[in-house]
Unconditional design. Structure first.
Lengths: 202, 202
């Protein structure tokens, strides 16, 4: 594209580096910023800069945090002795949105995937094992992707913890609530039959 | 959403102000920036800030520019005496991409739309009439939206210029190249029959 302005060209180039934003979308965003109030651009640039400079990782659970310890780890109301293991901070956000979990978390930073060059040593597994000992963890809930890599990671960690007195569970896999049976894939439906739950009359 | 970090929350808030970007997309972009090299965020913030502070509007054609006069207006190779009238800078970019036009432009800044409170005085119409006199313009090509508002604007400007010796044209409307007849709307197809062109044997 032949830009009328070097400034626009530079801005479009930087914006289009973001994932899922192509040249055309980037141009639309840039033209919007030009038309909008200058403070909008200033505040956007400031928020991104302070974010990138200020961001930390929690020293306990490795989640994204503003300080050395994240809000959840330092919250005395959160149940200790129970850890939910997730791949990344997005997993924490998803589970927090359910309002059904009040324990703490542990962010692995991915799953074991030899094809992507990610071995156990690249993940926060050692610190997880240490936490289980130190924090007297009674239960670990795995909430990883339901893929071969996710299953391998669960298996690896479970083996590491086999001599410790900790219960290992995994979030339930099954047909989504509101989902229709005819659209469920065979694997999910098959698993949901095998792991059927007892009907609880209230 | 319950963010683990105030910094992330602020950044998501600012990013989600952009058009077409919701909370979830904003979070994805912010988490990407956190994972990526810090220079990426720095350069993005810098490009946006210098853009917003440095951007000008060309004093001749009102297009977005880095200086008081845009690249196209100051280019001696561009044909003078012919002006293409567009709504905004996006129109210039679209026409420049065709490589079929070598004249100059005039950005109106919108079209006459009483319902949106845009009257002729909000648009760069006076300066267009002045240019026609001063630059001895021989032809004006309207490339506005094919809407009632666009047509009204063309009509209004044409009337303003009726005493001047300038040819007024409009870009052709018709069935897109590669478009199939059965999918063309009746209005476009009807217009394309009325404004049929003579077959040019080569």
């Amino acid at each position: 594209m032949n830009f009328p302005s070097k400034l626009v060209e530079d801005a479009v180039y930087e914006v289009s580096k973001l994932p899922g934003i192509g040249k055309k979308s980037a141009l639309r965003l840039v033209l919007h910023l030009i038309k909008a109030n200058p403070t909008q651009t200033k505040e956007l640039a400031k928020a991104l800069t302070t974010l990138r400079e200020g961001i930390r990782y929690c020293k306990h659970c490795h989640s994204i945090a503003d300080k050395d310890v994240c809000n959840i780890c330092e919250n005395p109301k959160r149940q200790s002795g129970i850890l939910c293991v997730v791949e990344d901070t997005k997993g924490i956000l998803a589970i927090e949105a359910t309002n059904q979990y009040f324990g703490k978390y542990h962010v692995l930073g991915g799953v074991i995937s030899p094809i992507d060059g990610v071995g156990p040593s690249e993940l926060n597994i050692t610190s997880l094992v240490e936490r289980v000992e130190k924090e007297e963890v009674k239960e670990i809930i795995f909430a990883l992707s339901s893929t071969m890599e996710g299953d391998t990671t669960v298996h690896y960690i479970a083996k590491k913890l086999q001599n410790q007195d900790v219960k290992i569970t995994s979030i339930a896999r099954g047909v989504p609530i509101g989902g229709e049976l005819e659209y469920a894939d065979e694997l999910t439906l098959g698993r949901s039959i095998l792991t059927r739950t007892v009907y609880n009359q209230q």
